[in-house]
Design a protein around this ligand. Structure first.
Ligand code: SF4
Length: 265
């Protein structure tokens, strides 16, 4: 793994306001902090829980490093604006929000030779392999996988460091993504409808205005199995706050493509 880290490489940690990226950054700093320029970057999104900023501030103290916050200006760092202006919410190549509000910021900021630190956990080793296969020219390291650390290990390490996990974790969610992440499935969206009705309604209104092309949930059984339906028609059923959704990193669309394959009907 370390062969790709050259003496003059910058080590770039994508801090997503999740426990995994915080621990991955801490480990990268321990391994490379004395020998390399280790940078932390975060993409601000207006749709994340406000507590994510508190978590970021706490992590800066824990890491002993500033985290550079990048914020999109074209769309006000707001997924709703992205959906309305791009006129879709999720497509075959991923979601426009992550591409325009995260990936584009990173592309403008990065330098040749940067080595990216991914917060993939031990449970996501296959995603790392897939990422490397698809992006052979992007040097990445994944300290959590190297050390066999899983999601629960990361949460425990953050708590042991005296840092309260982001509020969405405390509510039972698996990540600190936007409130209403388009990568979620039915159980997750029922949780968002129950916990964050205003944000849920705002996304319903986007779909009301954009129409059928913006629908991304599908009936999973019954006579309409496979057909898409709008969030507003989400049937009652189990609420799953802990549905497995990858944290939204700068490479989010890669992870999303994996999830789409997993959930293909
Ligand atoms: S967390 Fe979800 S909704 Fe937010 S930018 Fe990432 S993919 Fe889009």
């Amino acid at each position: 793994m370390t062969g790709i880290v050259l003496p003059d490489s910058r080590i770039v940690v994508q801090f997503s306001c999740g426990a995994a990226s915080a621990v991955a950054g801490k480990l990268a700093l321990a391994q490379y902090g004395a020998t390399h320029d280790v940078q932390f970057i975060n993409a601000f999104l207006a749709n994340e829980h406000v507590d994510n900023r508190r978590f970021l501030a706490d992590c800066q103290i824990w890491l002993g490093r500033d985290i550079t916050v990048l914020a999109d200006e074209k769309y006000g760092a707001d997924i709703i604006q992205v959906f309305r202006r791009e006129r879709y919410m999720k497509g075959p190549h991923g979601a426009p929000c992550t591409k325009l509000l995260k990936r584009r910021q990173l592309d403008a900021w990065k330098q040749p030779g940067d080595v990216m630190v991914l917060g993939y956990t031990a449970e996501e080793a296959d995603r790392l392999d897939d990422f490397r296969d698809r992006n052979p020219d992007r040097p990445v390291i994944a300290p959590l996988i190297d050390l066999g650390l899983g999601k629960e290990d990361c949460k425990a390490m953050v708590i042991r460091a005296g840092i309260a996990l982001p509020i969405t974790y405390q509510m039972g969610y698996e990540n600190a993504n936007c409130i209403g992440c388009v990568k979620g499935g039915e159980g997750y969206w029922r949780a968002i409808r129950a916990d964050f009705p205003e944000q849920f309604e705002a996304l319903c209104q986007v779909q009301d205005d954009l129409g059928q092309g913006s629908w991304f949930l599908r009936y999973r059984s019954g006579p309409r199995k496979g057909e898409r339906f709008p969030l507003r028609d989400l049937p009652d059923g189990p609420i799953r706050r802990n549905e497995a959704i990858p944290a939204c990193s700068f490479f989010c669309e890669m992870a999303e493509a994996d999830i789409q394959q997993d959930q293909a009907i």
